[in-house]
Design a protein. Structure first.
Lengths: 151, 252
């Protein structure tokens, strides 16, 4: 029975791969046009969308401490809601940047004859780890608010 | 009852496929693939002759032909690698590594299997073919994994070749696995499903290889880093920056 399950699993894996191949878009993400777009998006993101001050400002507790001390409950609630929305938007943008970087790297790396499979695996795990971290951060912010992320 | 019409239909479509390839000048472009198709026609002709003249030898001949076409099937994988990955040396290198891992995985399983469960039946022809089909399956999975991961564009010819062959391999692997497990009681189903899936693959190939549709070539004008290590270290650098941002956010 174990043997049967093993071989059926291999068959299932191949069937799923073929299904994705059949459903693949005519212009896949790694085509030269998409690669250029990914590079441009990456450069734009690196240049302006993630300044260090912005990150500090979004998650700085000073604002919250001030609002908590001075403002009524309705304003405090509004502040937390809006800050939460901004924080979630920021994490989502970071995730987009990671996807763009990954797309750009894969599009470029495929052409190198001296590609190192070990480095590629290492980078693939790094990308997966970052995307997972973003998802976790989004979940924590969504459930606990902008100041709930673990230190 | 259904088996022979399915087999005859298969031979007819294989002949049509070869004729069309000659008409559309595809024979020289995909010679490994058409060698496989030709070996299938030749094998079927030999088996038909055996069945009519010496039916006793048919069973032995069936497996011999099956193995020859199975080995010729590796030519299709070579064809796919040559056409899809050749313009991308990096991805080709990764696919080769994935192929080696797939082969090692299945042979390691074959070596360990008797120790996992000692009462397994001795290796018979069906089990051997099933094992070889699973190697091909893992190899195609690895190849598709590389194609998806690196976003390599595929033309209509190659897409059809992979889909047709992959579908046939999946069906063969699954029916062989069930046949090996369930025994001769499954033979009646197996004898119809296997040639039927081959006919479906032939129709996919006929449609996909009706005319020449080259694989999209990579754009040579894209400026890249000078070498792979420079690219990898640049990527690592940006990853580190993003990681720092996320840590800052988490600590804020």
């Amino acid at each position: 029975m174990i043997q049967l399950i093993f071989f059926l699993s291999i068959g299932g894996l191949l069937f799923a791969s073929l299904f994705f191949l059949a459903r693949r878009k005519p212009r896949p993400e790694g085509s030269s046009g998409a690669l250029i777009e990914a590079r441009q998006a990456l450069m734009a993101l690196q240049a302006g969308l993630l300044p260090a001050e912005l990150v500090k400002r979004i998650f700085a507790p000073d604002d919250w401490e001030f609002v908590r001390a001075e403002a009524p409950a309705a304003v405090r609630e509004l502040f937390i809601d809006e800050r939460k929305r901004v924080a979630l938007l920021w994490v989502s943008q970071v995730r987009t940047q990671i996807h763009n970087l990954r797309r750009f790297h894969r599009g470029a790396a495929r052409s190198y004859a001296r590609l190192n499979p070990r480095s590629e695996m290492e980078l693939a795990f790094s990308f997966a780890g970052l995307i997972l971290a973003c998802r976790m951060l989004q979940l924590v912010i969504y459930l606990g608010g902008p100041y709930a992320a673990p230190g | 009852m259904w088996r022979w019409p399915i087999e005859y239909a298969g031979i007819a479509v294989q002949l049509l496929l070869l004729l069309r390839s000659a008409w559309a000048h595809l024979l020289t472009r995909y010679y490994f693939f058409y060698t496989y198709v030709a070996s299938g026609i030749l094998g079927s002709a030999i088996l038909m002759t055996m069945l009519l003249r010496t039916p006793v030898l048919y069973a032995k001949g069936y497996w011999a032909v099956q193995f020859v076409t199975l080995v010729a099937g590796y030519g299709i994988l070579l064809e796919i690698m040559n056409h899809v990955l050749a313009p991308y040396p990096g991805a080709e290198r990764f696919a080769r590594a994935a192929g080696v891992v797939a082969f090692c995985a299945i042979f390691l399983f074959a070596l360990l299997a008797p120790f996992i469960k000692s009462q397994w039946a001795p290796v018979v022809v069906i089990e051997f073919e099933r094992d070889l089909r699973s190697v091909q399956s893992l190899f195609i999975c690895g190849l598709l994994g590389v194609i998806f991961y690196y976003g390599i564009p595929i033309g209509k010819n190659m897409k059809g070749m992979i889909l047709g062959y992959g579908l046939y391999i999946v069906t063969s692997l699954m029916t062989l696995a069930v046949r090996a497990y369930a025994g001769p009681s499954f033979s009646a189903v197996w004898k119809v499903v296997q040639p039927l899936s081959f006919d479906v693959s032939l129709v996919i190939w006929l449609v996909a290889l009706w005319s020449y549709c080259p694989n999209p070539e990579p754009d040579p004008n894209i400026a890249l880093e000078q070498d792979y290590e420079a690219l990898a270290s640049r990527t690592r650098g940006v990853i580190d920056i993003i990681r720092t941002y996320l840590r800052k956010a988490a600590r804020a």
